[in-house]
Design a binder for this molecule. Structure first.
Ligand SMILES: Nc1ncnc2c1ncn2[C@@H]1O[C@H](COP(=O)(O)OP(=O)(O)OP(=O)(O)O)[C@@H](O)[C@H]1O
Length: 593
Protein backbone atom coordinates (compact mmCIF):
# COMPACT_ATOMS: atom_id res chain seq x y z
CA UNK A 1 0.00 0.00 0.00
CA UNK A 2 1.33 3.39 -0.95
CA UNK A 3 1.69 5.80 1.89
CA UNK A 4 -1.31 8.04 2.33
CA UNK A 5 -0.67 11.79 2.64
CA UNK A 6 -2.47 14.62 4.40
CA UNK A 7 -3.97 15.84 1.13
CA UNK A 8 -5.12 12.41 -0.03
CA UNK A 9 -8.56 11.14 0.88
CA UNK A 10 -8.40 7.67 2.36
CA UNK A 11 -10.19 4.96 0.43
CA UNK A 12 -12.65 2.99 2.50
CA UNK A 13 -11.84 -0.72 2.66
CA UNK A 14 -15.47 -1.63 3.23
CA UNK A 15 -18.23 0.95 3.53
CA UNK A 16 -20.58 0.76 6.45
CA UNK A 17 -23.55 -1.49 5.94
CA UNK A 18 -26.59 -0.97 8.03
CA UNK A 19 -26.26 -4.59 9.13
CA UNK A 20 -23.07 -3.41 10.85
CA UNK A 21 -25.28 -1.88 13.50
CA UNK A 22 -25.22 -5.37 15.00
CA UNK A 23 -21.63 -4.61 15.97
CA UNK A 24 -22.71 -1.58 17.91
CA UNK A 25 -25.11 -3.80 19.77
CA UNK A 26 -22.11 -5.59 21.27
CA UNK A 27 -21.29 -2.35 23.04
CA UNK A 28 -24.87 -1.60 23.99
CA UNK A 29 -25.78 -5.11 25.20
CA UNK A 30 -24.20 -4.84 28.68
CA UNK A 31 -26.60 -1.98 29.41
CA UNK A 32 -29.75 -3.93 28.58
CA UNK A 33 -31.14 -3.51 32.11
CA UNK A 34 -30.59 0.25 32.22
CA UNK A 35 -32.07 0.61 28.75
CA UNK A 36 -35.21 -1.32 29.66
CA UNK A 37 -35.60 0.69 32.84
CA UNK A 38 -35.08 3.95 30.97
CA UNK A 39 -37.57 2.93 28.30
CA UNK A 40 -40.14 2.10 30.98
CA UNK A 41 -39.73 5.55 32.50
CA UNK A 42 -40.02 7.06 29.02
CA UNK A 43 -43.23 5.15 28.42
CA UNK A 44 -44.57 6.29 31.78
CA UNK A 45 -43.61 9.91 31.07
CA UNK A 46 -45.27 9.72 27.67
CA UNK A 47 -48.48 8.33 28.98
CA UNK A 48 -48.52 11.02 31.65
CA UNK A 49 -47.78 13.71 29.06
CA UNK A 50 -50.41 12.46 26.62
CA UNK A 51 -53.04 12.54 29.27
CA UNK A 52 -52.87 16.37 29.24
CA UNK A 53 -54.83 17.07 26.02
CA UNK A 54 -57.37 14.37 26.95
CA UNK A 55 -57.95 16.02 30.33
CA UNK A 56 -58.37 19.35 28.50
CA UNK A 57 -60.98 17.73 26.23
CA UNK A 58 -62.99 16.48 29.24
CA UNK A 59 -62.71 19.89 30.90
CA UNK A 60 -63.94 21.75 27.78
CA UNK A 61 -66.60 19.27 26.68
CA UNK A 62 -67.93 18.25 30.14
CA UNK A 63 -66.70 20.05 33.28
CA UNK A 64 -66.99 23.66 32.03
CA UNK A 65 -70.41 23.35 30.23
CA UNK A 66 -71.83 21.46 33.26
CA UNK A 67 -70.14 23.80 35.76
CA UNK A 68 -68.79 20.68 37.50
CA UNK A 69 -66.07 22.35 39.62
CA UNK A 70 -65.26 19.19 41.63
CA UNK A 71 -64.48 17.38 38.37
CA UNK A 72 -62.42 20.39 37.23
CA UNK A 73 -60.35 20.33 40.45
CA UNK A 74 -59.83 16.55 40.15
CA UNK A 75 -58.72 16.99 36.52
CA UNK A 76 -56.31 19.77 37.58
CA UNK A 77 -54.84 17.56 40.33
CA UNK A 78 -54.38 14.67 37.90
CA UNK A 79 -52.77 17.10 35.45
CA UNK A 80 -50.38 18.38 38.14
CA UNK A 81 -49.51 14.81 39.09
CA UNK A 82 -48.71 13.95 35.45
CA UNK A 83 -46.33 16.94 35.29
CA UNK A 84 -44.48 15.79 38.43
CA UNK A 85 -44.21 12.22 37.10
CA UNK A 86 -42.92 13.47 33.75
CA UNK A 87 -40.30 15.62 35.49
CA UNK A 88 -38.96 12.72 37.56
CA UNK A 89 -38.87 10.39 34.57
CA UNK A 90 -37.01 12.96 32.46
CA UNK A 91 -34.41 13.50 35.17
CA UNK A 92 -33.79 9.75 35.50
CA UNK A 93 -33.57 9.39 31.75
CA UNK A 94 -31.04 12.18 31.21
CA UNK A 95 -28.76 10.93 33.98
CA UNK A 96 -28.85 7.26 32.94
CA UNK A 97 -28.50 7.93 29.25
CA UNK A 98 -25.49 10.19 29.63
CA UNK A 99 -23.74 7.79 31.95
CA UNK A 100 -24.42 4.86 29.66
CA UNK A 101 -23.35 6.78 26.53
CA UNK A 102 -20.03 7.78 28.08
CA UNK A 103 -19.40 4.20 29.25
CA UNK A 104 -20.06 2.86 25.76
CA UNK A 105 -17.67 5.39 24.24
CA UNK A 106 -15.02 4.61 26.81
CA UNK A 107 -15.19 0.89 25.96
CA UNK A 108 -15.03 1.64 22.26
CA UNK A 109 -12.05 3.98 22.73
CA UNK A 110 -10.31 1.34 24.82
CA UNK A 111 -10.89 -1.34 22.16
CA UNK A 112 -9.51 0.96 19.52
CA UNK A 113 -6.41 1.83 21.52
CA UNK A 114 -5.85 -1.83 22.45
CA UNK A 115 -6.05 -2.73 18.78
CA UNK A 116 -3.76 0.12 17.71
CA UNK A 117 -1.10 -1.17 20.08
CA UNK A 118 -1.15 -4.51 18.26
CA UNK A 119 -1.00 -3.14 14.73
CA UNK A 120 2.32 -3.67 12.99
CA UNK A 121 4.82 -1.03 11.91
CA UNK A 122 3.50 -1.31 8.35
CA UNK A 123 0.16 0.13 9.46
CA UNK A 124 1.87 3.19 10.91
CA UNK A 125 4.29 3.43 8.00
CA UNK A 126 1.41 3.78 5.57
CA UNK A 127 -0.62 6.65 6.92
CA UNK A 128 -0.14 10.02 8.61
CA UNK A 129 -0.48 9.63 12.35
CA UNK A 130 -2.93 12.52 12.51
CA UNK A 131 -5.39 10.34 10.59
CA UNK A 132 -5.12 7.64 13.23
CA UNK A 133 -5.40 10.11 16.09
CA UNK A 134 -8.63 11.60 14.81
CA UNK A 135 -10.32 8.20 14.91
CA UNK A 136 -9.54 7.59 18.56
CA UNK A 137 -10.40 11.06 19.75
CA UNK A 138 -12.73 13.05 17.48
CA UNK A 139 -14.65 10.32 15.70
CA UNK A 140 -15.41 8.48 18.92
CA UNK A 141 -16.49 11.72 20.59
CA UNK A 142 -18.71 12.57 17.64
CA UNK A 143 -20.62 9.37 18.28
CA UNK A 144 -21.45 10.47 21.79
CA UNK A 145 -24.79 11.92 20.87
CA UNK A 146 -25.74 9.13 18.52
CA UNK A 147 -24.96 6.28 20.89
CA UNK A 148 -26.32 7.79 24.07
CA UNK A 149 -29.12 10.25 23.45
CA UNK A 150 -29.66 9.31 19.84
CA UNK A 151 -30.64 5.72 20.30
CA UNK A 152 -32.74 6.20 23.41
CA UNK A 153 -34.33 9.33 21.93
CA UNK A 154 -35.22 7.33 18.85
CA UNK A 155 -36.97 4.67 20.89
CA UNK A 156 -38.51 7.30 23.11
CA UNK A 157 -39.73 9.26 20.08
CA UNK A 158 -41.14 6.13 18.52
CA UNK A 159 -42.99 5.44 21.77
CA UNK A 160 -44.30 9.04 21.87
CA UNK A 161 -45.31 8.77 18.25
CA UNK A 162 -47.30 5.59 18.72
CA UNK A 163 -48.83 6.70 22.00
CA UNK A 164 -49.94 9.97 20.36
CA UNK A 165 -51.23 8.03 17.38
CA UNK A 166 -53.15 5.74 19.71
CA UNK A 167 -54.79 8.70 21.47
CA UNK A 168 -55.54 10.36 18.13
CA UNK A 169 -57.20 7.22 16.74
CA UNK A 170 -59.13 6.88 19.98
CA UNK A 171 -60.45 10.44 19.76
CA UNK A 172 -61.12 10.72 16.02
CA UNK A 173 -59.86 8.27 13.42
CA UNK A 174 -60.86 10.44 10.44
CA UNK A 175 -58.81 13.42 11.60
CA UNK A 176 -55.98 10.95 12.27
CA UNK A 177 -55.99 9.85 8.64
CA UNK A 178 -55.76 13.50 7.52
CA UNK A 179 -52.74 13.87 9.83
CA UNK A 180 -50.97 10.97 8.13
CA UNK A 181 -51.79 12.03 4.57
CA UNK A 182 -48.40 13.65 3.84
CA UNK A 183 -46.17 11.03 5.47
CA UNK A 184 -45.45 9.27 2.12
CA UNK A 185 -44.09 12.56 0.72
CA UNK A 186 -41.72 12.83 3.66
CA UNK A 187 -40.52 9.29 3.09
CA UNK A 188 -39.93 10.06 -0.57
CA UNK A 189 -37.73 13.08 0.34
CA UNK A 190 -35.63 10.95 2.72
CA UNK A 191 -35.23 8.23 0.12
CA UNK A 192 -34.19 10.67 -2.61
CA UNK A 193 -31.47 12.45 -0.62
CA UNK A 194 -30.23 9.43 1.36
CA UNK A 195 -27.28 8.40 -0.82
CA UNK A 196 -26.07 11.88 -1.63
CA UNK A 197 -26.22 12.80 2.05
CA UNK A 198 -24.21 9.74 3.05
CA UNK A 199 -21.51 10.40 0.44
CA UNK A 200 -21.35 14.02 1.55
CA UNK A 201 -20.63 13.01 5.13
CA UNK A 202 -18.03 10.46 4.06
CA UNK A 203 -16.30 13.35 2.33
CA UNK A 204 -16.54 15.45 5.47
CA UNK A 205 -14.87 12.72 7.54
CA UNK A 206 -12.10 12.44 4.95
CA UNK A 207 -11.46 16.16 4.80
CA UNK A 208 -11.54 16.42 8.58
CA UNK A 209 -9.00 13.60 8.73
CA UNK A 210 -6.76 15.39 6.19
CA UNK A 211 -6.92 18.59 8.21
CA UNK A 212 -5.99 16.75 11.37
CA UNK A 213 -3.09 15.02 9.61
CA UNK A 214 -1.73 18.33 8.36
CA UNK A 215 -1.99 20.00 11.78
CA UNK A 216 -0.31 16.99 13.38
CA UNK A 217 2.49 16.99 10.83
CA UNK A 218 2.95 20.76 11.10
CA UNK A 219 3.27 20.67 14.88
CA UNK A 220 5.73 17.77 14.73
CA UNK A 221 7.82 19.63 12.15
CA UNK A 222 7.46 23.15 13.55
CA UNK A 223 11.19 23.54 14.23
CA UNK A 224 12.06 22.72 10.62
CA UNK A 225 9.27 25.01 9.40
CA UNK A 226 10.59 27.95 11.41
CA UNK A 227 14.21 27.22 10.54
CA UNK A 228 13.43 27.38 6.85
CA UNK A 229 10.93 30.26 7.27
CA UNK A 230 8.25 28.17 5.58
CA UNK A 231 5.38 29.67 7.60
CA UNK A 232 3.69 31.48 4.69
CA UNK A 233 3.89 28.46 2.41
CA UNK A 234 2.49 26.23 5.16
CA UNK A 235 -0.28 28.71 5.85
CA UNK A 236 -1.29 28.49 2.21
CA UNK A 237 -1.38 24.68 2.34
CA UNK A 238 -3.31 24.80 5.60
CA UNK A 239 -5.78 27.22 4.07
CA UNK A 240 -6.35 24.84 1.15
CA UNK A 241 -6.83 21.80 3.39
CA UNK A 242 -9.05 23.76 5.74
CA UNK A 243 -11.05 25.10 2.82
CA UNK A 244 -11.54 21.54 1.58
CA UNK A 245 -13.05 20.66 4.94
CA UNK A 246 -15.24 23.79 5.00
CA UNK A 247 -16.68 23.21 1.56
CA UNK A 248 -17.32 19.49 2.20
CA UNK A 249 -19.13 20.49 5.37
CA UNK A 250 -21.24 23.08 3.56
CA UNK A 251 -22.27 20.53 0.93
CA UNK A 252 -23.23 18.05 3.64
CA UNK A 253 -25.24 20.72 5.43
CA UNK A 254 -27.13 21.52 2.24
CA UNK A 255 -28.43 17.95 2.20
CA UNK A 256 -29.07 17.98 5.90
CA UNK A 257 -31.10 21.15 5.62
CA UNK A 258 -33.18 19.65 2.84
CA UNK A 259 -34.62 17.27 5.38
CA UNK A 260 -35.36 19.80 8.08
CA UNK A 261 -37.64 22.19 6.15
CA UNK A 262 -39.33 19.21 4.52
CA UNK A 263 -40.33 17.79 7.90
CA UNK A 264 -41.35 21.20 9.26
CA UNK A 265 -43.34 22.18 6.20
CA UNK A 266 -45.15 18.87 6.05
CA UNK A 267 -45.95 19.17 9.78
CA UNK A 268 -47.35 22.69 9.27
CA UNK A 269 -49.38 21.73 6.20
CA UNK A 270 -50.82 18.72 8.05
CA UNK A 271 -51.78 20.85 11.06
CA UNK A 272 -53.49 23.36 8.71
CA UNK A 273 -55.29 20.48 7.02
CA UNK A 274 -56.55 19.18 10.36
CA UNK A 275 -57.68 22.71 11.37
CA UNK A 276 -59.46 23.11 8.05
CA UNK A 277 -61.24 19.76 8.19
CA UNK A 278 -61.88 20.06 11.95
CA UNK A 279 -63.42 23.56 11.69
CA UNK A 280 -65.55 22.51 8.69
CA UNK A 281 -66.87 19.55 10.64
CA UNK A 282 -67.14 21.48 13.96
CA UNK A 283 -70.46 20.86 15.61
CA UNK A 284 -71.30 18.18 13.02
CA UNK A 285 -68.86 15.37 13.67
CA UNK A 286 -66.23 17.14 15.74
CA UNK A 287 -66.66 18.85 19.14
CA UNK A 288 -64.57 21.88 20.27
CA UNK A 289 -62.87 19.70 22.92
CA UNK A 290 -61.97 17.05 20.35
CA UNK A 291 -60.50 19.66 17.99
CA UNK A 292 -58.42 21.31 20.74
CA UNK A 293 -57.22 17.91 22.07
CA UNK A 294 -56.43 16.82 18.53
CA UNK A 295 -54.35 19.87 17.83
CA UNK A 296 -52.46 19.07 21.06
CA UNK A 297 -51.83 15.53 19.87
CA UNK A 298 -50.74 16.64 16.43
CA UNK A 299 -47.90 18.50 18.15
CA UNK A 300 -47.05 15.36 20.09
CA UNK A 301 -47.19 13.36 16.89
CA UNK A 302 -45.01 15.63 14.75
CA UNK A 303 -42.43 16.54 17.36
CA UNK A 304 -41.15 12.95 17.50
CA UNK A 305 -41.05 12.84 13.70
CA UNK A 306 -38.97 16.03 13.66
CA UNK A 307 -36.71 14.47 16.31
CA UNK A 308 -36.43 11.26 14.31
CA UNK A 309 -35.40 13.43 11.34
CA UNK A 310 -32.64 14.93 13.52
CA UNK A 311 -31.64 11.44 14.63
CA UNK A 312 -31.53 10.33 11.02
CA UNK A 313 -29.16 13.21 10.25
CA UNK A 314 -26.84 12.35 13.12
CA UNK A 315 -27.05 8.70 12.09
CA UNK A 316 -25.77 9.60 8.64
CA UNK A 317 -22.96 11.71 10.17
CA UNK A 318 -22.20 9.03 12.74
CA UNK A 319 -22.09 6.34 10.08
CA UNK A 320 -19.29 8.16 8.30
CA UNK A 321 -17.30 8.07 11.55
CA UNK A 322 -18.33 4.58 12.57
CA UNK A 323 -17.13 3.05 9.31
CA UNK A 324 -13.68 4.56 9.93
CA UNK A 325 -13.64 3.28 13.50
CA UNK A 326 -14.67 -0.22 12.46
CA UNK A 327 -12.19 -0.12 9.60
CA UNK A 328 -9.41 0.45 12.13
CA UNK A 329 -10.75 -2.29 14.39
CA UNK A 330 -10.91 -4.64 11.40
CA UNK A 331 -7.34 -3.93 10.40
CA UNK A 332 -5.64 -7.30 10.78
CA UNK A 333 -2.34 -7.19 12.63
CA UNK A 334 -0.11 -9.29 10.36
CA UNK A 335 2.68 -9.60 12.89
CA UNK A 336 0.91 -11.80 15.41
CA UNK A 337 1.48 -14.97 17.36
CA UNK A 338 0.69 -18.16 15.47
CA UNK A 339 -2.09 -20.20 17.03
CA UNK A 340 0.49 -22.74 18.21
CA UNK A 341 3.17 -20.17 19.12
CA UNK A 342 5.23 -21.14 22.14
CA UNK A 343 7.18 -19.16 24.69
CA UNK A 344 10.81 -18.72 23.73
CA UNK A 345 12.84 -20.30 26.53
CA UNK A 346 15.73 -18.38 28.12
CA UNK A 347 18.16 -17.89 25.28
CA UNK A 348 21.92 -18.00 24.98
CA UNK A 349 21.91 -15.61 22.04
CA UNK A 350 22.77 -17.54 18.87
CA UNK A 351 21.26 -15.74 15.89
CA UNK A 352 20.89 -17.23 12.42
CA UNK A 353 19.51 -15.63 9.27
CA UNK A 354 18.96 -18.14 6.47
CA UNK A 355 18.54 -16.75 2.97
CA UNK A 356 16.30 -13.89 4.15
CA UNK A 357 14.46 -11.83 1.56
CA UNK A 358 12.37 -8.84 2.49
CA UNK A 359 10.45 -5.97 0.92
CA UNK A 360 8.44 -3.27 2.70
CA UNK A 361 5.96 -3.11 -0.11
CA UNK A 362 5.61 -5.16 -3.21
CA UNK A 363 7.76 -2.89 -5.35
CA UNK A 364 11.36 -3.41 -4.28
CA UNK A 365 13.42 -6.10 -2.58
CA UNK A 366 15.25 -4.43 0.34
CA UNK A 367 17.07 -7.55 1.59
CA UNK A 368 18.21 -10.11 -0.93
CA UNK A 369 19.31 -13.38 0.61
CA UNK A 370 20.85 -12.42 3.94
CA UNK A 371 22.74 -15.37 5.45
CA UNK A 372 24.72 -15.39 8.69
CA UNK A 373 25.18 -17.14 12.03
CA UNK A 374 26.18 -15.16 15.06
CA UNK A 375 27.49 -17.03 18.10
CA UNK A 376 26.22 -16.19 21.61
CA UNK A 377 28.14 -13.26 23.01
CA UNK A 378 29.46 -12.09 19.63
CA UNK A 379 29.24 -8.42 18.75
CA UNK A 380 28.42 -7.56 15.20
CA UNK A 381 28.80 -4.15 13.63
CA UNK A 382 26.61 -3.46 10.62
CA UNK A 383 28.11 -0.92 8.29
CA UNK A 384 27.38 0.27 4.82
CA UNK A 385 25.92 3.15 2.87
CA UNK A 386 22.66 4.88 3.71
CA UNK A 387 19.61 2.87 2.75
CA UNK A 388 21.62 -0.35 2.43
CA UNK A 389 19.27 -2.36 4.66
CA UNK A 390 21.08 -2.35 8.04
CA UNK A 391 18.12 -1.17 10.17
CA UNK A 392 15.87 -3.51 8.23
CA UNK A 393 17.92 -6.53 9.31
CA UNK A 394 17.56 -5.67 12.99
CA UNK A 395 13.86 -4.79 12.57
CA UNK A 396 13.34 -8.31 11.25
CA UNK A 397 15.19 -9.84 14.16
CA UNK A 398 12.74 -8.20 16.58
CA UNK A 399 9.98 -9.29 14.21
CA UNK A 400 8.67 -5.79 13.67
CA UNK A 401 7.92 -7.04 10.15
CA UNK A 402 7.40 -10.53 8.79
CA UNK A 403 10.13 -11.99 6.64
CA UNK A 404 9.00 -12.63 3.05
CA UNK A 405 11.32 -15.54 2.31
CA UNK A 406 13.86 -17.48 4.36
CA UNK A 407 13.95 -17.60 8.15
CA UNK A 408 15.51 -16.06 11.22
CA UNK A 409 16.31 -18.25 14.22
CA UNK A 410 17.42 -17.59 17.77
CA UNK A 411 19.05 -20.58 19.48
CA UNK A 412 17.45 -22.71 16.78
CA UNK A 413 13.92 -21.37 17.42
CA UNK A 414 12.32 -19.81 14.37
CA UNK A 415 11.26 -16.33 15.51
CA UNK A 416 7.99 -16.75 13.62
CA UNK A 417 7.06 -19.74 15.83
CA UNK A 418 7.52 -18.15 19.26
CA UNK A 419 5.34 -15.59 21.02
CA UNK A 420 6.21 -11.99 20.26
CA UNK A 421 6.22 -11.13 23.94
CA UNK A 422 8.78 -13.81 24.85
CA UNK A 423 10.92 -12.87 21.86
CA UNK A 424 11.00 -9.15 22.45
CA UNK A 425 11.35 -9.49 26.23
CA UNK A 426 14.78 -11.04 25.70
CA UNK A 427 16.04 -8.25 23.50
CA UNK A 428 17.20 -4.79 24.34
CA UNK A 429 16.49 -2.58 21.40
CA UNK A 430 17.55 0.97 20.88
CA UNK A 431 16.14 2.25 17.64
CA UNK A 432 17.43 5.04 15.47
CA UNK A 433 14.74 7.51 16.50
CA UNK A 434 15.08 7.51 20.26
CA UNK A 435 11.74 8.23 21.82
CA UNK A 436 11.30 9.92 25.15
CA UNK A 437 7.88 9.85 26.80
CA UNK A 438 6.50 12.58 29.00
CA UNK A 439 7.24 11.81 32.65
CA UNK A 440 10.40 11.65 34.75
CA UNK A 441 13.79 10.45 33.54
CA UNK A 442 13.34 7.55 35.96
CA UNK A 443 10.01 6.55 34.30
CA UNK A 444 11.63 6.71 30.90
CA UNK A 445 14.49 4.40 31.78
CA UNK A 446 12.15 2.03 33.62
CA UNK A 447 9.85 1.89 30.57
CA UNK A 448 10.85 -1.59 29.43
CA UNK A 449 11.13 -3.18 32.87
CA UNK A 450 8.57 -1.89 35.30
CA UNK A 451 9.88 -3.91 38.24
CA UNK A 452 13.39 -2.42 38.08
CA UNK A 453 14.51 -0.79 41.32
CA UNK A 454 15.85 2.77 41.46
CA UNK A 455 19.30 1.35 42.19
CA UNK A 456 19.23 -0.80 39.06
CA UNK A 457 18.20 2.21 37.03
CA UNK A 458 21.04 4.30 38.42
CA UNK A 459 23.48 1.46 37.77
CA UNK A 460 22.36 1.13 34.14
CA UNK A 461 22.63 4.89 33.73
CA UNK A 462 26.15 4.90 35.16
CA UNK A 463 27.19 2.18 32.70
CA UNK A 464 26.12 4.26 29.74
CA UNK A 465 27.37 7.55 31.22
CA UNK A 466 23.86 8.95 31.45
CA UNK A 467 24.31 9.39 35.21
CA UNK A 468 26.85 12.16 34.62
CA UNK A 469 24.24 14.51 33.17
CA UNK A 470 21.24 13.27 35.20
CA UNK A 471 22.78 13.54 38.69
CA UNK A 472 23.53 17.30 38.55
CA UNK A 473 19.95 18.14 37.45
CA UNK A 474 17.89 19.85 40.16
CA UNK A 475 15.53 16.91 40.52
CA UNK A 476 18.01 14.31 39.33
CA UNK A 477 16.28 11.17 38.10
CA UNK A 478 12.93 12.72 38.99
CA UNK A 479 13.35 15.56 36.52
CA UNK A 480 10.25 15.83 34.37
CA UNK A 481 10.94 15.59 30.66
CA UNK A 482 8.46 16.71 28.06
CA UNK A 483 6.96 14.62 25.29
CA UNK A 484 9.61 13.50 22.80
CA UNK A 485 12.22 14.78 25.26
CA UNK A 486 12.14 18.27 23.79
CA UNK A 487 13.90 19.67 26.87
CA UNK A 488 16.88 17.33 26.43
CA UNK A 489 19.72 17.40 23.96
CA UNK A 490 19.83 14.74 21.25
CA UNK A 491 22.83 13.10 22.94
CA UNK A 492 21.07 13.07 26.32
CA UNK A 493 18.03 11.46 24.73
CA UNK A 494 20.27 8.77 23.27
CA UNK A 495 21.91 8.10 26.62
CA UNK A 496 18.49 7.68 28.28
CA UNK A 497 17.35 5.25 25.59
CA UNK A 498 20.63 3.43 25.94
CA UNK A 499 20.07 2.97 29.66
CA UNK A 500 16.48 1.86 28.92
CA UNK A 501 17.69 -0.81 26.49
CA UNK A 502 20.29 -2.10 28.93
CA UNK A 503 18.06 -2.22 31.95
CA UNK A 504 16.18 -5.19 30.55
CA UNK A 505 19.44 -7.14 30.89
CA UNK A 506 18.87 -8.65 27.47
CA UNK A 507 20.76 -11.55 25.93
CA UNK A 508 20.59 -9.79 22.59
CA UNK A 509 21.31 -6.11 22.39
CA UNK A 510 20.43 -4.09 19.33
CA UNK A 511 21.83 -0.61 19.00
CA UNK A 512 20.89 1.40 15.95
CA UNK A 513 23.01 4.54 15.72
CA UNK A 514 23.03 4.58 19.50
CA UNK A 515 25.92 6.96 19.84
CA UNK A 516 25.58 9.15 16.75
CA UNK A 517 24.71 12.30 18.75
CA UNK A 518 27.04 11.72 21.66
CA UNK A 519 30.19 13.80 21.91
CA UNK A 520 33.52 12.05 21.41
CA UNK A 521 34.63 12.33 25.06
CA UNK A 522 31.41 10.83 26.38
CA UNK A 523 31.58 8.15 23.71
CA UNK A 524 35.07 7.12 24.74
CA UNK A 525 33.95 6.80 28.37
CA UNK A 526 30.78 5.06 27.21
CA UNK A 527 32.79 2.61 25.16
CA UNK A 528 34.57 1.33 28.26
CA UNK A 529 31.25 0.68 30.03
CA UNK A 530 29.77 -0.70 26.85
CA UNK A 531 32.58 -3.22 26.32
CA UNK A 532 31.91 -4.54 29.80
CA UNK A 533 28.20 -4.72 29.12
CA UNK A 534 28.55 -6.44 25.80
CA UNK A 535 30.34 -9.36 27.42
CA UNK A 536 28.09 -12.39 27.43
CA UNK A 537 25.53 -10.74 25.16
CA UNK A 538 25.03 -11.02 21.45
CA UNK A 539 24.94 -7.55 20.03
CA UNK A 540 24.15 -5.91 16.74
CA UNK A 541 25.46 -2.40 16.47
CA UNK A 542 24.76 -0.10 13.58
CA UNK A 543 27.22 2.71 13.66
CA UNK A 544 28.96 5.07 11.34
CA UNK A 545 31.76 5.88 13.76
CA UNK A 546 34.87 3.82 13.22
CA UNK A 547 35.73 3.74 16.93
CA UNK A 548 32.53 1.77 17.63
CA UNK A 549 32.91 -0.45 14.60
CA UNK A 550 36.54 -1.40 15.18
CA UNK A 551 35.79 -3.02 18.55
CA UNK A 552 33.20 -5.43 17.17
CA UNK A 553 34.06 -9.14 16.85
CA UNK A 554 32.80 -9.13 13.29
CA UNK A 555 31.76 -6.49 10.82
CA UNK A 556 29.09 -7.01 8.16
CA UNK A 557 29.40 -4.62 5.25
CA UNK A 558 25.90 -4.32 3.82
CA UNK A 559 25.11 -2.79 0.47
CA UNK A 560 22.00 -3.07 -1.66
CA UNK A 561 20.42 -5.59 0.69
CA UNK A 562 23.33 -8.03 0.55
CA UNK A 563 26.19 -8.76 2.98
CA UNK A 564 28.99 -7.83 0.66
CA UNK A 565 31.89 -8.44 3.07
CA UNK A 566 32.29 -9.84 6.56
CA UNK A 567 35.15 -10.33 9.01
CA UNK A 568 36.92 -8.39 11.73
CA UNK A 569 38.46 -4.98 11.19
CA UNK A 570 41.89 -6.24 10.24
CA UNK A 571 40.57 -8.97 7.94
CA UNK A 572 38.37 -6.50 6.10
CA UNK A 573 41.19 -4.03 5.70
CA UNK A 574 43.35 -6.75 4.22
CA UNK A 575 40.60 -7.55 1.77
CA UNK A 576 40.99 -4.05 0.37
CA UNK A 577 37.37 -4.01 -0.67
CA UNK A 578 34.35 -1.88 0.20
CA UNK A 579 35.12 -1.67 3.93
CA UNK A 580 38.67 -0.67 3.17
CA UNK A 581 37.42 2.20 1.01
CA UNK A 582 34.93 3.27 3.68
CA UNK A 583 37.58 3.16 6.38
CA UNK A 584 40.03 5.18 4.40
CA UNK A 585 37.52 7.77 3.29
CA UNK A 586 36.46 8.32 6.92
CA UNK A 587 40.01 8.28 8.14
CA UNK A 588 41.07 10.84 5.54
CA UNK A 589 38.03 12.95 6.40
CA UNK A 590 38.80 12.85 10.12
CA UNK A 591 42.42 13.73 9.54
CA UNK A 592 41.49 16.62 7.27
CA UNK A 593 39.18 17.97 9.99
N1 LIG B 1 9.13 1.67 6.70
C1 LIG B 1 9.60 1.60 5.46
N2 LIG B 1 8.75 1.49 4.42
C2 LIG B 1 9.22 1.41 3.17
N3 LIG B 1 10.52 1.42 2.86
C3 LIG B 1 11.41 1.52 3.84
C4 LIG B 1 11.00 1.62 5.20
N4 LIG B 1 12.11 1.71 5.97
C5 LIG B 1 13.15 1.67 5.13
N5 LIG B 1 12.74 1.56 3.86
C6 LIG B 1 13.60 1.44 2.68
O1 LIG B 1 14.40 0.27 2.82
C7 LIG B 1 15.73 0.51 2.46
C8 LIG B 1 16.66 0.10 3.59
O2 LIG B 1 16.43 0.96 4.68
P1 LIG B 1 17.20 0.81 6.06
O3 LIG B 1 16.59 1.74 7.02
O4 LIG B 1 17.28 -0.61 6.42
O5 LIG B 1 18.63 1.34 5.63
P2 LIG B 1 19.93 1.57 6.54
O6 LIG B 1 21.01 0.79 5.92
O7 LIG B 1 19.64 1.32 7.96
O8 LIG B 1 20.16 3.11 6.27
P3 LIG B 1 20.75 4.26 7.26
O9 LIG B 1 22.18 3.99 7.46
O10 LIG B 1 20.52 5.49 6.47
O11 LIG B 1 19.95 4.20 8.49
C9 LIG B 1 15.82 1.97 2.08
O12 LIG B 1 15.86 2.09 0.68
C10 LIG B 1 14.57 2.60 2.61
O13 LIG B 1 14.11 3.58 1.73
Amino acid sequence: MARNKFDQDEMLDSPFRFSDFKRIMVYIKPYKKQILLTLSTILLANLALMLGPYLTKIAIDESIPNQNYTQLIILSCIFLFTIVITGFCMRYRIRTINEMGQNILETMRLDLFKHLQKLPFTYYDNRPHGKILIRVVNYINSLSDLLSNGLINLISDLISLFVALGFMLFIDYKLTLYSLALIPILMLVVWVIKNAQRKAFQRVSNKQSNLNAYIHESIAGIKVTQSFAREDENLMIFDQVSNGYRSSWMTAMRYQFLLWPSVHNIATITTCLVYYVGIRELGVHVSTGVLIAFIGYIGNFWNPIINIGTFYNSLITGTAYLERIFETLDEKPDVIDKTDAYVLPNIKGEVTFKNVYFRYNSEREVLKGIDFTVQPGESIALVGPTGAGKSTIISLLSRFYNINEGEAKIDGHNIADVTLQSLRAQMGVMLQDTFIFSGTIMDNIRYGRLDATDEEIIEASKSVKAHDFIAPLKDGYYTEVKERGSTLSAGQRQLISFARALLANPKILILDEATSSIDTNTEIALQIGLNKLLQGRTSFIIAHRLSTIKNANRIFYIDQGIIQEQGNHEQLLELKGLYYTLYHSQFTFLKAN
